[in-house]
Design a protein around this ligand. Structure first.
Ligand code: SF4
Length: 452
């Protein structure tokens, strides 16, 4: 791979990836069109989404070839998905470049931190897999397309993207620690990249200047090893900075070390082993405690979900909090649940009918990439069920002329008697919240919609 030419292509692809993702998400509106399909395709490149589908559907989806494409590319060239295509990765690459320029003196410290922490990523992957197997979908939330989508949707809805800001601030200080160690997709692909066919290799004319290690934003380049490590993003930065031109893109096998390279520091390796173990214990305890908390203390009261949502426990286990349903909702009825409603529910979509009603446009069903909202025909939608408190209803209690709930019901699930007093036809009620939203009674409505 010619490095200069390669990096121009890479920058261009990354720029296209970020701009396209932002524009597609910003243009996602009712009724969803081509932009929705492009977003769906992009999201499905992530193998974690396939794992999530397999977990709850127990069937291979028709789009299985998309994540397989990513895995195949990784088996050939390593983490090209992370280094060349991922929009979050591109954002973090630019942030890292700013960090490198701003904290030039800290460069050796940044390299050392990366190299010390990087080997724990497979233990971290194990922790993620355990949490995922326990039924949590937080792992999927942290994957790049879901996280970037969630944070962009927050910006478009007028909120601060705190998580993205935090990750970018961390990148300024610690280089691409997120991409190297913490990103679930990054670590999963690092595992596949151990088998890659091609990669950067250091030859015997290396002068041990360690410039490759300083340039590598994920800590994958090192003169300790003959080939770049599995975390390598195939960006070519090491090749570009090497003064001896000792690094080249080659077939990786056999992976034996060039005898003219300096031996690895055994003491440092042993130290790293020790810190790995400590990290594993700490991260394992935190992750299991979070999974336990999510399942118990974090679980909140049932709420009204978008039309076609999976039943309560499945919904939060499948939704990746990408926020696209919230973004596409024309009446802004869908809102992200706050953290105060529990870790399980955090950032998942819900409706507060007293504030806004669902217009039953069903756009959310079309844009959901995970299957948390499935396509259900309008006459089969059952988001909740309306209940009438006759003691609060002014038509029943005060004999006033009011049939607003019946007039607003889009599925004609409320009938009136000769005095226009409402009665609910439960078998027709879609639970959209129109009646509760329109009820003129002050405070709590006389007619309310309870979640199914
Ligand atoms: S329900 Fe679907 S579209 Fe909405 S946030 Fe969850 S995954 Fe995204």
């Amino acid at each position: 791979m010619r490095s200069k030419q390669g990096s121009s292509w890479r920058y261009m692809l990354q720029l296209i990836s970020v701009v396209a993702f932002v524009m597609l998400l910003a243009s996602l509106s009712y009724p969803p069109g081509r932009e929705n399909w492009l977003l769906q395709w992009a999201s499905r490149l992530d193998p974690w989404l396939l794992l999530s589908q397999l977990r709850w559907q127990q069937a291979v989806p028709a789009w299985v070839w998309l994540p397989l494409l990513t895995v195949t590319a990784t088996l050939l060239w390593g983490r090209v998905f992370c280094g060349w295509l991922c929009p979050l990765g591109a954002m973090l690459m630019w942030t890292d470049k700013i960090g490198k320029a701003a904290f030039k003196n800290m460069s050796p410290v940044r390299v050392q931190i990366l190299r010390t922490v990087q080997p724990i990523r497979y233990y971290w992957l194990l922790v993620l897999l355990i949490v995922f197997a326990l039924g949590s979908n937080w792992v999927i939330f942290l994957t790049p397309f879901a996280l970037f989508s969630h944070e962009l949707a927050r910006v478009l809805q007028g909120y601060m993207p705190w998580l993205l800001i935090g990750i970018m601030a961390g990148t300024l200080l610690f280089s691409r620690l997120w991409c190297s160690v913490l990103c679930p997709t990054g670590v999963l692909l690092s595992l596949a990249a151990r088998l890659r066919l091609f990669g950067y290799r250091i030859a015997g004319n290396c002068v041990y200047c360690e410039q490759c290690a300083s340039a590598c934003s994920v800590g994958a380049a090192s003169v300790d090893t003959a080939v770049a490590q599995a975390g390598c993003l195939a960006c070519g930065d090491c090749h570009r900075v090497c003064p001896a031109k000792a690094i080249s893109w080659q077939h990786r096998w056999p992976s034996g070390k060039d005898s003219r390279l300096v031996p690895a520091d055994g003491g440092a390796a042993a130290k790293r082993q020790g810190s790995r173990r400590q990290f594993l214990k700490a991260a394992g305890a935190v992750a299991l405690a979070a999974a336990f908390w999510e399942k118990t203390v974090g679980a909140a009261e049932p709420v009204l979900r978008p039309p076609g949502s999976l039943p309560a426990p499945d919904f939060t286990a499948v939704c990746n909090r990408c926020g696209r349903c919230i973004q596409v909702c024309p009446g802004k009825a869908l809102q992200p649940m706050p953290i105060t409603d529990g870790l399980t529910n955090f950032a998942t979509p819900y409706i507060i009918p007293r504030q806004s009603r669902c217009d039953l446009c069903l756009s959310c069903q079309e844009v959901c990439p995970t299957g948390a909202i499935v396509q259900v025909p309008l006459d089969k939608v059952r988001m909740g069920r309306a209940i009438l408190d006759k003691s609060r209803c002014i038509a029943w209690e005060e004999n006033k002329l009011c049939f607003i709930c019946g007039e607003q019901c889009p599925v004609l699930a409320i009938t009136g008697d000769e005095y226009h007093r409402p009665t609910i036809l439960l078998d027709k009620c879609a639970g959209c919240g129109s009646c509760e939203n329109a009820c003129p009674v002050a405070g709590e409505a006389a007619i309310r919609v309870l979640p199914q």
